[in-house]
Design a protein around this ligand. Structure first.
Ligand SMILES: Cc1cc2nc3c(=O)[nH]c(=O)nc-3n(C[C@H](O)[C@H](O)[C@H](O)COP(=O)(O)OP(=O)(O)OC[C@H]3O[C@@H](n4cnc5c(N)ncnc54)[C@H](O)[C@@H]3O)c2cc1C
Length: 429
C-alpha cells in the first residue's frame, strides 16, 4: 500500500525532469506532483561541474533553477532517495528506504550511467568517473587530502576533455589517453580535433591518441600509474575514466518496459506502458536526420523530450519531432559546435572554410540541397541559424556558397528566410 499517491511522479531531478515539471505546470496547476532523485542536491547543471571543480565558478552557480523553484511549482521533493523498483500493475514506485509512492502518470528521467571498461585497477582509490555532483565533491576531497601531482584522464570525449581542462587549471600535470585517432572523435573531424588538441596542449595538457589504457597500477590500495597498450607507464595519483555514458535502463527493464539500447518511447515519449513516460539520456531519442532512434545524450534533447513528456502526461496531445544531435563544447576557451551528422553521408557535398590564421573553421555536409551536418570551430555565432536550416530541411542551393564565405551572416540568407529566423517587434531584416 503506497504511502502517498501523486497524479504525476517523476524519477530524476535534472534536465528532462525539470522540463517535464515546467510543462506539466503550464497545463495543470492543481495536480499533485513529486520529484524523486537519488541525489540530495537541488537541480543543477551537470555540464558546469568541471568548471566548479576548477574553481572557475562557485557551487551556488551550479543551480539549474532558483531555490524556490519547487515551492513555486507546488512540487514535493524526495531527494537523496533512490527508486529501486517500479510496479506498473500497482502504479507504485518503491524507494531504497522502503517507502512506496503511488502514481497516476510516471516519468523516468533517470539519465545515463558512466561506462567503466573492464580495465584491471579501476577499483583502486583515486580512480573516478565524473558525471555527478558527488563525483566532483569526491574528486575535490581526494585532491585536498592527497598529494596529486599527475593525473590521467582515460577518454577524450566531452567529459574527459572538460575534466582534463579542470585538472590542468588546478596545476596538475595531466595526460589524456584516447583510443581513437583524435580528441572529441564523436563531435569533430580531423581538422577540428587538431585545433582542439593544439589548444589543450597550449594549456599544458598532454594528449595521447590511438592509445589504449590496459591497466591501472597501484600500491597500498591507491592508484600510482596507468599502463598503455604501447607498454608505456604513465605515473598518476588520480585517474578519471571518461569513456562514455550509457542509458540508465535497469529500472525500466525490471519493470518489464521495452528497452533496446535505451528505454523505447513513442513520439509522445510514452513507453510500452501507457502510464509510464521516459525522457532524456535514458531513452533512445529520434534522430530526424538518420530517421532512426538512438541514444542521444545531450542537454537540449533531454529538455525537449522532458517538455513533450510533461505535456502529454498532463493530457495534451503533443508529438516529439526528434532532436538534431548537437555538441557544443568549449575546449580551453576554444568554442566548438557540431550539429547534425558528423561524417558525410554517401553522395554528400562537403564545403569547408578555414581562416588564414587557422583559428576559425567551418564545414558543411549538403545532401539533396539540404544541410545535414555542420561543424564550427573557433567561431560559433552563426551555429543557431544553421541549426534552424537543418531542422527546417531548408533548400540552400541558392546561397550555399555564402555558407563558407568569410562573414557568414544573416544577410547571406534569402530575405523570406531571414524573416522566418529573426522576427519580433522592431526587428527589420
Ligand atoms: C561533465 C559533463 C559535461 C557535459 N557537457 C555537456 C555539454 O556541453 N553539452 C550538452 O549538450 N550536454 C552535456 N552534458 C550532458 C548533459 O548534462 C546530459 O545530456 C543531460 O543532463 C541529460 O539530462 P537527463 O535529465 O536526461 O539526465 P541526467 O542529467 O543524467 O539526470 C538523471 C537524474 O536521474 C536521477 N536518477 C537516476 N537514477 C535514479 C534512481 N534510481 N532513483 C532516483 N533518481 C535517479 C539522477 O540523480 C538525476 O537527477 C554533460 C554532462 C556532464 C556530466
Amino acid at each position: 500500500m503506497s504511502e502517498k499517491r501523486y497524479d504525476y511522479l517523476i524519477i530524476g531531478n535534472s534536465t528532462a525532469a525539470i522540463a517535464a515539471v515546467e510543462a506539466i505546470r503550464e497545463v495543470d496547476r492543481a495536480g499533485t506532483l513529486a520529484v524523486v532523485s537519488d541525489q540530495p542536491e537541488h537541480c543543477y547543471c551537470s555540464p558546469l561541474i568541471t568548471y566548479c571543480l576548477a574553481g572557475k565558478i562557485p557551487e551556488e552557480q551550479l543551480d539549474y533553477r532558483p531555490g524556490d523553484f519547487y515551492e513555486k511549482a507546488h512540487v514535493d521533493t524526495i531527494l537523496g532517495a533512490a527508486a529501486t523498483e517500479v510496479k506498473p500493475a500497482a502504479h507504485e514506485v518503491v524507494l531504497a528506504d522502503g517507502r512506496v509512492l503511488g502514481y497516476g502518470k510516471l516519468l523516468l528521467a533517470i539519465g545515463g550511467v558512466p561506462f567503466v571498461p573492464p580495465i584491471p585497477g579501476c577499483d583502486l582509490s583515486g580512480v573516478f568517473t565524473f558525471t555527478r555532483h558527488e563525483d566532483m565533491r569526491r574528486v575535490q576531497e581526494f585532491i585536498d587530502g592527497n598529494v596529486v601531482r599527475q593525473a590521467v584522464v582515460i577518454g577524450a570525449g566531452m567529459i574527459g576533455v572538460k575534466v582534463a581542462e579542470a585538472f590542468a587549471h588546478l596545476g596538475i600535470e595531466t595526460t589524456v589517453v584516447e583510443l581513437q585517432d583524435r580528441v572529441l572523435p564523436l563531435a569533430l573531424d580531423q581538422v577540428g580535433s587538431q585545433m582542439a588538441q593544439h589548444v589543450m596542449e597550449e594549456h599544458g595538457i598532454r594528449v595521447l591518441t590511438t592509445a589504449g589504457a590496459t591497466s591501472i597500477g597501484g600500491g597500498s590500495g591507491k592508484v600510482q600509474s596507468v599502463t598503455l597498450d604501447t607498454g608505456s607507464r604513465l605515473p598518476a595519483q588520480i585517474v578519471v575514466v571518461a569513456v562514455g555514458v550509457r542509458p540508465n535502463t535497469a529500472l525500466a527493464e525490471h519493470a518489464g518496459i521495452s528497452v533496446n539500447r535505451g528505454i523505447l518511447v513513442d513520439d509522445h515519449m510514452r513507453t510500452s506502458d501507457p502510464d509510464i513516460y521516459a525522457a532524456g539520456d535514458c531513452t533512445e531519442g529520434f534522430d530526424p536526420l538518420l530517421g532512426e532512434t538512438r541514444p542521444i545524450a545531450i542537454w537540449p534533447g533531454a529538455y525537449m523530450q522532458g517538455e513533450v513528456a510533461g505535456r502529454n502526461m498532463a493530457g495534451q496531445d503533443d508529438g516529439y519531432v526528434g532532436s538534431i544531435p548537437m555538441n557544443s563544447i568549449q575546449v580551453c576557451g576554444l568554442p566548438t559546435i557540431s550539429v547534425g551528422l558528423t561524417t558525410p553521408p554517401e553522395g554528400a557535398e562537403v564545403l569547408q572554410y578555414k581562416s588564414p590564421d587557422g583559428k576559425r573553421y567551418r564545414k558543411f555536409f549538403i545532401l539533396d540541397n539540404k544541410i545535414v551536418g555542420a561543424l564550427f570551430v573557433g567561431e560559433i555565432d552563426r551555429a543557431g541559424i544553421i541549426t534552424g536550416l537543418i531542422r527546417d530541411g531548408k533548400d540552400v542551393s541558392s546561397f550555399k556558397q555564402s555558407l563558407i564565405e568569410r562573414d557568414l551572416g544573416l544577410l547571406a540568407l534569402p530575405k523570406h528566410y531571414r524573416k522566418h529566423m529573426v522576427s519580433g517587434p522592431g526587428i527589420e531584416v
